[in-house]
Ligand binder design. Structure first.
Ligand code: RAM
Length: 893
């Protein structure tokens, strides 16, 4: 598992937290790298950055420690590739490794293209479809457009970049070949304020002579169905999609040519009768026109396009990671559907779409695909929980011997696909789509059920980070709910590089802030107009703070700070007694908690205190002394008000719920002398519920960390291993392959919970994932540390685990923690990245008993642990271990 690397060397170079971004318009991009070395005690004593364009030196920078530098050279030119190199010196001052990467600037505002769209007034060359097989919803949709434009090149350019965007969704082709591999471009943002554009390298697709640019243009989030709004999103953003593109060509002699969207483009509907994210796609292959996007095609019957104008102010560079097909899941089995047709089972609840291959289906055959996460009791697809999302694709065959159908602009959450209309030979493959965020974490342990839980958390992460962080991927919702995002972010950031994606989404959160200063419930703000609820709106404070702490993204913190402060100010303004009861929006409380009711004002006031605290900490981090003092004082006053209003003399928190105690402890709301008594109430409540949790979305992520923090990791493990309802392994024991929205989404006794609000792919309750890395394997950072500069390793052997291992790519480099207990010995294998002297908490109260390889220094004995300081490099530490793992007893679910 360990590669031998001799020299200190940089790797994973990023620009603005992205790997080699194209079309990067940030004037002072941050360049960052990770480090690795096998030498103990190694660190970067010096680094040297050089930035070059066309071989010429543009900027040079030298520094010492640190692995993130903002470009500060002469202004970057548009449409230019910059190559950058980082060279480092090791702890002993000797030259060590180096690495190279690049970024490319985009148009930097240099748009000359016009927005174009189907000219509704022009006669479409499309027979009006027979509506008999369309539903009311899909009848409201219009066919996606096919657009094309031919142009001539006297010679081949040396460099060609296509800058493109849409009000809607686009997919480009050049001379019949698809451009790039990204899906659902330009992604979803708050279109009223900004739309991303993408830059594609198309040099290799061009030829001398005649060339043709083709584009498909669909409604997507712009003018399709979005959320639970029964109207089309057109009522929100615009009625119909539009396209913009600028192809920039550079020739060997330095001359340039531009082909842009303008009045010379022509349009016709193609085989897609409709395509909608929620409803599905209808593809009539009889309407395919071979070669429509290549030279030689006669487009004289196509209609001219409408030119809508040249206002490009809303176009911004793509700071986020594109959506891509990241995996293929061939169907594992198939069986007859009760209502006719065949059901294919992919074995995994996934997000994306299907590739269907049919053999000899015959011209005009109409094949329908319905998608479902679960099967109903009679074995038919359970679609009630999709609500208005029809999630139905239709393919009408052209009559070729073998035909392949894969929708282009729709997305479903499903494990089962029901295929009707064809019984012959066919193959079904699930194509998994997600924002292609690099995986940075790994976790495994000796318990297969916990491993499946971890896998389920990952699948929730895959399926719900598609352009924006969503609550669920299947029903007519799929919205960027703020609480879901904030409770899950710490887990998500263990598993994958979330920095650029979440920082970009924060712009939509800021766009959704109302005139009073309230953040919204969902971002992009659609469907819901009121101020964000406690725990929801607070994500506007928590997310930037978390990104700063985990990734050292100081800029996102600075950019968001005024909005963060306004959020807290408006709560204070409306609640001068510091108990948050007014302006609580739709006030969801501890959403989907089980059998208890955490009082709304307890939860709200706790979050008010936490947001004020974080705004104070943010102000300190940004060097704003005045605001820091103001919010620190405010936070202290809210804590005092919380204790006075809600904490009894017996340390009971009003409502007496787990979430109430968890919030009081995690947010440090009660005075130090009451903490122990408050913790005792939490422990009592767990016993009262026979080691079961009662928490909903807000409390769930706090359970295991807080219990571990109060010295009761044993209880955290009991919850983790709990197989009966409510608990994480309940769904795992019932075959879940993702995290469910509800603890009892399905039970053997009652079958499905609510018909209509019962997603089987919600990530919120998976917030325990953070503790698997941070508690079980023990990878964490000191309270004041940023970007893992002060690393801590506090592994917690316990429960029925005999071993666990986790690895995480932190901004400094890779951390590994692997422990096992066997024959009375606890053994810990560690890898610490260069420069990060770490504190290791060895679970023994006898410092004399700690055995280790060199470079480990025993520092002090604390309650049940011995703290050691460890240099960078690999280490093995062991100590006697008396506690046997808990017996492995399976409860009957
Ligand atoms: C549900 C969403 C989301 C939750 C809100 C309150 O409809 O799925 O997860 O945050 O309600």
């Amino acid at each position: 598992m360990i590669n031998i690397v001799a020299l200190l060397s940089p790797y994973d170079l990023t620009c603005e937290f992205l790997d080699r971004p194209r079309g990067m318009d940030e004037p002072a991009p941050r360049l960052a790298w990770r480090l690795r070395s096998d030498a103990h005690g190694d660190r970067q004593s010096a680094h040297r950055l050089t930035v070059r364009a066309a071989g010429r030196l543009v900027w040079e920078h030298e520094g010492t420690d640190g692995s993130q530098v903002a470009y500060n050279g002469p202004p970057l030119a548009p449409s230019t590739r910059y190559t950058w190199t980082v060279e480092v010196r090791d702890a002993w001052g000797s030259p060590a490794g180096s690495a190279e990467s690049w970024f490319e600037t985009g148009l930097m505002g240099g748009w000359s293209a016009a927005w174009i769209a189907r000219d509704e007034a022009a006669q479409p060359v499309f027979e009006p479809p027979a509506d008999d097989d369309l539903t009311l919803n899909t009848r409201k949709l219009t066919p996606p457009a096919q657009l094309r434009r031919a142009f001539d090149l006297p010679e081949l350019p040396v460099r060609a970049r296509l800058h493109a965007s849409a009000r809607g969704l686009y997919r480009f082709s050049l001379n019949g070949s698809r451009v790039g591999d990204a899906e659902l471009e330009p992604g979803w943002t708050d279109y009223r304020e900004r739309i991303r554009y993408q830059t594609h390298d198309v040099t290799a697709l061009l030829r001398a002579g005649r060339n043709v640019l083709g584009a498909l243009l669909a409604d997507g989030w712009w003018s399709g169905f979005v959320g639970f709004d029964p109207r089309r999103a057109g009522k929100l953003y615009g009625d119909a999609p539009a396209l913009i593109a600028q192809l920039e060509l550079e020739f060997a002699d330095g001359s340039r040519q531009v082909v842009a969207t303008d009045g010379d483009w022509r349009e016709a509907p193609g085989p897609l009768r409709h395509s909608d994210l929620l409803m599905g796609e209808y593809h009539d292959a009889r309407r395919r026109r071979e070669g429509w996007d290549a030279p030689g095609f006669d487009d004289s019957a196509w209609a001219p396009v409408a030119v809508l104008g040249r206002d490009t102010d809303e176009l911004v560079w793509s700071r986020s990671t594109p959506v891509r097909v990241v995996a293929d899941l061939p169907a594992l089995r198939s069986f007859p559907a009760p209502g006719g047709g065949t059901i294919f089972d992919l074995g995994q609840n996934m997000v994306g779409r299907v590739r269907l291959t049919v053999h000899g289906a015959g011209r005009g055959r109409r094949i329908q695909l319905r998608h479902a996460e679960m099967l109903a009791a009679d074995g038919s697809p359970h679609t009630a929980n999709l609500r208005r999302a029809e999630a139905t694709d239709v393919y009408v065959c052209a009559g070729d011997p073998v035909e392949v159908f894969e929708p282009a602009f729709t997305l479903h959450g499903f494990r089962y696909v029901e295929v009707t209309g064809f019984e012959g030979r066919m193959e079904v493959t699930g194509r998994v789509l997600q924002s292609d965020l690099p995986w940075t974490g790994e976790f495994t342990c000796s318990d297969e059920l916990v491993n499946r839980l971890h896998e389920n958390i990952r699948w929730g992460q895959r399926g719900n980070f598609v352009s924006v962080p969503t609550d669920c991927p299947q029903r007519d919702e799929r919205l960027g709910w703020l609480a879901d995002a904030q409770v899950f972010l710490p887990t998500a950031a263990r598993g994958a590089e979330m920095s650029a994606f979440m920082a970009d989404w924060m712009r939509d959160v800021l766009s959704g802030q109302d005139a009073e200063g309230a953040f919204p419930d969902v971002a992009p703000k659609v469907c819901l107009t009121r101020e964000g609820a406690p725990g929801w709106g607070d994500a506007g404070v928590i997310v930037p703070w978390t990104l700063y702490r985990l990734y050292g993204d100081r800029r996102v913190l600075a950019d968001c700070f005024p909005a963060m402060a306004r959020w807290v100010d408006q709560i204070e303004r409306h609640n001068p007694d510091l108990i948050w009861r007014r302006r609580t929006g739709r006030n969801y409380g501890d959403w989907l908690q089980v059998g208890v009711d955490t009082p709304r004002e307890v939860l709200a006031t706790a979050y008010f205190a936490q947001s004020a605290t974080l705004v104070g900490r943010a102000a300190r981090a940004l060097g704003l002394a005045g605001p820091a003092e103001r919010y620190e004082t405010l936070a202290a006053a809210i804590r005092a008000a919380f204790t006075a209003a809600f904490v009894g003399s017996d340390a009971r928190v009003h409502g007496d719920t787990q979430t109430g105690y968890l919030l009081a402890l995690e947010f440090a709301l009660v005075p130090a002398e009451l903490r122990e008594a408050v913790a005792a109430h939490l422990v009592r409540d767990l016993a009262k519920h026979d080691d079961h949790l009662t928490t909903g979305f807000i409390g769930v992520g706090l359970l295991c960390p807080v219990l571990t923090g109060i010295g009761r990791a044993d209880l955290a493990y009991r919850l983790l291993h709990q197989e009966s309802f409510p608990g994480w392994l309940f769904s795992v024991r019932h075959g879940a392959t993702t995290i469910w929205e509800r603890w009892d989404g399905w039970t053997p006794e009652r079958g499905f919970q609510s018909a209509t609000m019962n997603s089987f792919n919600h990530y919120s309750l998976g917030a325990v994932g953070d503790w698997l890395y941070g508690g079980v394997a023990g990878i964490g950072q000191e309270p004041d540390s940023v970007a893992y500069s002060g690393l801590t390793l506090c592994p917690h052997p316990g429960g029925r685990l005999t071993w666990a291992r986790a690895a995480q790519e932190t901004p400094r480099g890779r951390v590994e923690s692997a422990w096992s207990v066997a024959e009375g010995v606890f053994t810990l294998d560690l890898r610490i990245p260069p420069g990060a002297d770490a504190l290791v908490h060895v679970p023994t109260s006898d410092p004399e008993a700690v055995r280790s390889t060199a470079h480990v220094t025993v520092l002090e004995r604390r309650d049940r642990v011995t703290v050691c300081s460890v240099t960078s490099g690999q280490h093995r530490i062991s100590a006697p271990w008396a506690t046997a793992p808990a017996p492995y007893e399976r409860t009957t679910p």
